[in-house]
Write a protein that binds this ligand. Structure first.
Ligand SMILES: NC(=O)c1ccc[n+]([C@@H]2O[C@H](COP(=O)([O-])OP(=O)(O)OC[C@H]3O[C@@H](n4cnc5c(N)ncnc54)[C@H](O)[C@@H]3O)[C@@H](O)[C@H]2O)c1
Length: 310
């Protein structure tokens, strides 16, 4: 079996496959053109989020039997086309959940205590102590939109830190402990912090918009470590400008290629000259531990496939 790895992966991905007898080509910088030319030689393919597995790629992949996406979303793979061609599509849905949950938790504390803003100010040689009074997260209400792998882990961590946790979800998840399932409207109206953990599907696209923002408590903090496009960024800009939203933390953006980070949002300052939006370039899953788990799961899937089809 010959497998092409198209994106950067942890060593945990490659070594176990080779040890199991799978031939692995690691080409993390392969271009779209090279992929189209070379893919016919492979039985398996590993991608992260960079490589697009379009219908054209799948049509050119005359020997391909399995595509594994290291990570959660399958947005970069034409899954319907793969299925129609009998190509198995797999992912590693839980491997990076804790990394994302910890990032969202970090953002709640960073927003409440203005840690990034204080750092920027210190680096500028300032001592703005009297403008940097923050608030505690203990005793506050965290509203989670989506209580799956990531939302559920964040809920448990927040409960352990003394927060009240409410959430909305289209299913009733098992074992929610002290976290209470409510309607979306209740999450919007009751929460001091709102964190998004839903997939991007038609029902969730722009679900944080002018109308839903208007229902939130004044001074709410909003965190999006899920997907760009869940939040209407223009409506968020307006809500930050009006003071409805006190601060936002973003790891994902509507247009991550041509408008990375949404410069307009990151330019917004409060009355004390501090940034109202803090964020990162889609690093939710980027931890040593998370990447190691992703790599291990990718290898396990392909080794199992190899043994099943030998
Ligand atoms: N920032 C990153 O690097 C990063 C990394 C991994 C995952 N993610 C994203 O995080 C999000 C959550 O991932 P997960 O692993 O927890 O997914 P999951 O499938 O385990 O959980 C998602 C939950 O959302 C619920 N849901 C779906 N539609 C809903 C709706 N309209 N209203 C309320 N709830 C709804 C589902 O029932 C499910 O419980 C996804 O968008 C994923 O792509 C981001």
């Amino acid at each position: 079996m010959k497998v092409l790895i198209c994106d950067s992966v942890a060593p945990e991905t490659i070594h176990p496959m080779q040890a199991a007898g799978i031939e692995v080509d690691y080409r993390p910088d392969i271009t779209a053109e090279q992929l189209l030319c070379d893919i016919a030689a492979y039985d398996g393919m590993v991608v992260r989020s960079r490589t697009k597995v379009s219908a054209d790629v799948l049509d050119a992949a005359t020997n391909l039997k399995i595509v594994v996406r290291g990570g959660v979303g399958l947005d970069n793979i034409d899954v319907a086309h793969a299925k129609a061609k009998g190509i198995e599509v797999r992912n590693t849905p839980k491997a990076s959940s804790n990394s994302v949950a910890e990032l969202a938790l970090g953002y709640m504390l960073a927003l409440a205590r203005k840690i990034p803003q204080a750092t920027t100010s210190m680096a500028a040689g300032e001592w703005k102590k009297k403008y940097l009074q923050g608030s505690e997260i203990g005793g506050k209400t965290l509203g989670l939109i989506g209580y799956g792998n990531i939302g559920g882990l964040l809920g448990k961590k927040a409960l352990a830190l003394g927060m009240s946790v409410i959430f909305c979800d289209v299913i009733t998840p098992p074992d929610t402990g002290a976290a209470v399932q409510v309607s979306l409207d209740e999450v919007l109206t009751r929460s001091n912090f709102i964190s998004l953990h839903v997939p991007k599907v038609p029902a969730t696209t722009n679900m944080i918009n002018a109308e839903t923002l208007a229902k939130m408590k004044d001074g709410v903090y909003l965190i999006n470590c899920a997907r760009g496009g869940l939040v209407d960024e223009d409506a968020l800009y307006d809500a930050l400008t009006s003071g409805k939203v006190a601060g936002a933390a973003l790891d994902v953006y509507l247009d991550e290629k041509t408008n990375p980070g949404n410069a307009r949002l990151f330019g917004l300052k409060d009355n004390n000259g501090f940034n109202m939006v803090i964020g990162s370039p889609h690093i939710g899953a980027s931890t040593v531990e998370g990447q190691g788990r992703v790599g291990g799961e990718v290898a396990e899937i392909l080794i199992e496939y190899y043994h099943r089809n030998r």
